[in-house]
Design a protein around this ligand. Structure first.
Ligand SMILES: *Cc1c(COP(=O)(O)O)cnc(C)c1O
Length: 384
């Protein structure tokens, strides 16, 4: 990387781009070729073959994403879940034990609680806010600790700084799903994390038109994940890779706008008489505001809020809202709403949801790139 590339916004555009440019093309082309002419490679993993994630399209993404995270290496995958499952199956071996935070992303939760056992791996759930309690669940076979940068849908921020410290003390690999903040707001490697995971489906691509994932971090660990990925086959398709690179170029402007817009909307919602509670770590009243302020450069485009009128009021709001789309996923240009009690968390009992703080009237918002005042205007008439 040249010395001129310092800031994240510049890296998002220039890091990893082919030099010299391919036939002078300003945009790195899609290499839609499954195989490449043999040029003397001696190891299977070095053969130029699409499943081995080594086309020129992949090389650009790997270098760019490593630069954005400040990581030694990165590898892209066919989805966020491919990144997460392949990383866990790479750092754990049969008999291995994993420490995980509670309230994980649904797919990860199910993979850890149901699938890991089929591979002879076990787990314990930790209170990620209470590092003093972690040592008591350690086992001689514990190999890794796994957390999320911000939880869904309450946007809680655990004691993230304690995780890599604890991991180093006990010889564990520390992993973090950093999908919600994106590297614009948070770069876990700077805080000592070994492995950073992303659903690139969300902010990294940012246009809700592909699924993709990223594993970034320590070179030896990413290399191990890549070998496992070569065998499990969760390779990112070159066309999706091209779209991801296109999305990445605007990551910084998108996320900074979303940070600002979400903060303004959260602030407006908090003052509304029909709103009981707003969950957004950028608000000074959020229980983890000072921690989030210290760790993050921005508080993301994700927020959730509860209406005093409960589920009926929430359903009325969703029906009236004209700009936001009622849809799963997040991080795109369109503002999206979900009702977690009936979608992402419908598998829990009402009692479990209540304990987790997810009431039936909770609405989650992924703030898009529409004008903030248009969104607030729409929210205002939907609440009237
Ligand atoms: C969406 C998401 C995932 C899963 O990613 P896919 O790209 O859908 O496979 C994992 N973690 C978080 C936090 C997510 O939001």
């Amino acid at each position: 990387m040249t010395r001129a590339i310092k800031d994240l916004s510049t890296k998002a555009i220039h890091a990893g781009e082919p030099t010299p440019r391919v036939s002078g093309a300003v945009v790195a082309p899609i290499f839609q070729s499954a195989n490449f002419e043999y040029s003397g490679e001696s190891s299977y993993h070095d053969l130029r073959y699409l499943r081995l994630s080594n086309t020129p399209t992949h090389d650009v993404l790997h270098a760019k994403l490593a630069a954005l995270e400040g990581a030694e290496k990165a590898v892209v995958t066919a989805s966020g879940m491919a990144a997460i499952s392949t990383a866990l199956l790479s750092v754990l071996s049969p008999g291995g034990h994993l420490l995980v935070q509670g309230n994980l992303y649904g797919g990860t939760h199910t993979f850890v609680t149901r699938d890991l056992a089929d591979f002879g791996m076990t787990y314990s759930v930790i209170d990620a806010d209470d590092p003093a309690s972690w040592a008591s669940v350690l086992q001689p076979t514990t190999r890794a600790i796994y957390v999320e940068a911000m939880t869904n849908p309450l946007l809680q921020v655990a004691d993230l700084e304690a995780v890599p410290i604890f991991a180093k003390e006990h010889g564990l690999v520390s992993l973090i799903d950093s999908t919600f903040p994106s590297p614009v707001n948070f770069r876990p490697v700077e805080h000592g994390f070994d492995v950073v995971l992303h659903s690139a489906t969300k902010y990294l691509n940012g246009h809700s038109d592909i699924v993709a994932g990223v594993v970034a971090g320590r070179s030896d660990l990413v290399e191990g994940v890549r070998h496992r990925l070569n065998h499990l086959g969760g390779t990112l398709d070159p066309h999706a890779g091209f779209l991801l690179n296109r999305g990445l170029k605007t990551l910084s402007v998108r996320v900074r706008y979303q940070n600002e817009s979400a903060l303004a909307i959260a602030d407006w919602l908090e003052r509304h008489p029909d709103v009981r509670r707003v969950n957004y770590p950028g608000l000074s009243g959020h229980p983890r505001h000072s921690r989030a302020k210290q760790l993050f450069d921005g508080f993301s485009g994700m927020l959730s809020f509860e209406l005093s009128g409960g589920r009926d009021a929430a359903e009325r709001f969703i029906k009236r809202a004209q700009l936001p789309i009622l849809a799963a996923s997040l991080g795109g240009v369109e503002t999206l709403l979900t009702l977690p009690a009936t979608t992402s968390h419908a598998g829990m009992t009402a009692d479990e949801r209540c304990k987790a703080g997810i009431s039936d009237g909770l609405i989650r918002v992924s703030v898009g790139l529409e004008s903030t005042s248009d969104l607030i205007g729409d929210f205002k008439s939907s609440l009237a």
